[in-house]
Design a protein. Structure first.
Length: 308
């Protein structure tokens, strides 16, 4: 027997075996994921300790009406980051909007404000922000809403303490109308490492200090689990320690902001249990970007995972 021929044969056999093992492993992984999705979805609605919501922007290609119909079937109670005019569709399906999107406007200098990059940390933006938020808050209240999102704006060289001071000045101007209308204005915590470079409200400690500076029950934080895992980790400990400042929660798989199943590093059942243990009665919204073709299936799975 030719030794080189024998060696070549063994090498080909090993290559084939490795390829077969890889295919088998991938198939098993897919089967496991699909099984987990079915099992998680099957128990939706059994516990009722989490109020389930979803951010509409993650499902741009699905009409609001269709998302309502599909979501209602597996326990979704809210579709959020919408405008007051969308409430008519939600009410038709017995749903609500847990937190409304932010208004935007343009200053006299032509600067667009109210979004993530330019907002309350600049004194020169305040007059315009008040002008757009006050009538918007009234519209939200008239539509039956209870919460409106807001942002800090980017640092752009500003000291963090100065940012807290400036944000507090502007937000305090809105608190009387928020209190009168029984609305909560909620600033979102976002990561500045991956998605929103230079964003100021990027740590829970900064946000908590802002809450203390504003000093009103009608202002709070949107604790985005995805963003804060990237920035600081220690999610459950932070929720236990600072939950009184957290008015709303968002999810997302880390890394990549995809499905919240076992393909990512966070274990959401434990996080949801920690939230429940704080006595929180608000909503938890899915804000991951589905990577699978069956986007509704991914959403259904996520609601099941979080229904602790």
């Amino acid at each position: 027997m030719n030794p080189s021929s024998s060696f070549s044969g063994r090498r080909n056999f090993l290559k084939t075996s490795v390829k077969f093992a890889a295919v088998t492993t991938a198939a098993a992984s897919l089967s496991h994921r699909l099984g987990a999705a079915e099992n998680a979805a099957a128990k939706v609605g059994m516990n009722g300790r989490i109020n389930h919501s979803v951010c509409k922007w993650c499902y741009k290609d699905i009409p609001l009406e269709d998302l309502c119909v599909a979501g209602k079937d597996f326990g979704l109670q809210s579709i959020e980051l919408l405008k007051p005019e969308d409430m008519e569709t939600l009410k038709k399906h017995g749903m609500t909007c847990a937190i409304f999107s932010n208004p935007t406007g343009t200053t006299k200098e032509g600067v667009k404000v109210g979004g993530i990059e330019k907002a309350f940390n600049r004194l020169e933006h305040h007059d315009t922000l008040i002008e757009i938020y006050e009538p918007y808050l009234k519209q939200v209240a008239d539509a039956g809403g209870k919460q409106v999102i807001c942002f800090s704006g980017n640092r752009d060289g500003m000291d963090d303490q100065k940012g807290i001071e400036n944000c507090a000045i502007g937000l305090k101007r809105l608190m009387p109308i928020a209190e009168k209308l029984n609305l909560k204005i909620t600033m979102e915590l976002l990561n500045s490492k991956v998605n929103h470079k230079d964003y100021m409200c990027d740590l829970s400690t900064w946000g908590v200090e802002l809450c203390k500076a504003v000093g009103s029950e009608n202002f709070g934080l949107l604790y985005d689990i995805y963003h804060m895992q990237i920035m600081e980790g220690d999610v459950i400990a932070t929720i236990k320690k600072d939950n009184k400042y957290f008015a709303h929660y968002h999810t997302g798989g880390v890394p990549g902001r995809a499905e919240i199943d076992e393909t990512q590093e966070l274990y959401y059942p434990a996080i949801m249990k920690a939230i429940v243990d704080t006595g929180y009665k608000g909503y938890v919204a899915q804000e991951f970007i589905p990577k699978r073709e069956d986007k509704i299936g991914s959403l259904k799975q996520a609601v099941g995972i979080c229904d602790v």
